[in-house]
Design a protein around this ligand. Structure first.
Ligand code: ADP
Length: 244
């Protein structure tokens, strides 16, 4: 059976990392969360997805992760139609994408080291590689002195850095971050964004959902704004001149 290998797919073809082809998503309740969205994100891009609450941002992220399927249209990641992945391929596909959430979602009964190591264990990384890679990644996010701490012994900013280390440890082609700074103060928010920027410079394609205008303004990246499930703006720059 064909195994899902995002890195290999991206090397072999020059497809966009993410492609929405006229995608609509209506929930069973009748809400049209996403309406006829066509969108292309190329390898190495850094994209902010912005818009007011309820505009459809999380639904877009769920579509990219194949956590939900479009009602119409197709979502492709690395040239693969996600709607055609077999069930056995879906979990492998998801593990090849780094994901970070507002509420960190760390394993509370495991240490910082174990949280990051766990992401490598589930993809069957040899233990000698894990022992080498986890300390390197923790150093990269500035947590070398917190290996043995448990999540509840860390500040919000530190917990999000652990989540980021966990998301990046398997060298994902794409990192999706849904409100990663939603629970953080401005200083920690900028630190997380700097880490995302560094990951982007190392080649990871990054999509960040955020409400944080200051960050969007300061980073001057591509900004896709959605409103009522429709793209109302897609250009490089800040948030400030947007309509809402
Ligand atoms: P955002 O992330 O921009 O706040 P969402 O994608 O979460 O927006 O939601 C878009 C719209 O879809 C909203 O009207 C929301 O109430 C609705 N919605 C989201 N998830 C579901 C769901 N599982 N079932 C029904 N409606 C949903």
């Amino acid at each position: 059976m064909a195994r899902y290998d995002l890195h290999k797919d991206l090397q072999e073809i020059d497809a966009p990392v993410i492609l929405f082809d006229n995608v609509s998503k209506a929930y069973p309740t009748g809400t049209h969360a996403v309406n006829h969205i066509s969108l292309e994100i190329r390898k190495g891009e850094f994209v902010f997805l912005v818009g007011s609450s309820g505009s459809g941002k999380s639904t877009m992220i769920k579509l990219m992760l194949r956590e939900t399927k479009p009602s119409r249209g197709k979502v492709y990641v690395a040239g693969k139609d996600l709607g055609r992945l077999r069930r056995s391929q879906v979990s492998r596909f998801r593990r090849s994408i780094g994901v970070v959430f507002q509420d960190f979602r760390l394993l509370k009964d495991r240490t910082v080291y174990e949280n990051v190591a766990f992401a490598q264990q589930v993809v069957e990384t040899p233990s000698w590689v894990i022992r080498r890679e986890v300390p390197k990644m923790l150093a990269l996010v500035g947590l070398s002195d917190k290996h043995d701490a448990y999540p509840n012994e860390l500040s919000g900013g530190e917990q999000q850095r652990v989540a980021l280390a966990r998301a990046l440890i398997n060298h994902p082609v794409i990192l999706l971050a849904d409100e990663p700074t939603g629970n953080l103060d401005p200083k920690n928010s900028f630190e997380i964004m700097n880490l995302l920027n560094e990951a982007n410079k190392r080649g990871t394609t990054i999509v960040v959902v955020t409400h944080n205008r200051e960050i969007v303004d300061s980073m001057q990246k591509r900004v896709i704004m959605i409103n009522k499930g429709v793209i109302v703006r897609d250009e490089k720059g800040g948030y400030a001149h947007a309509k809402n």
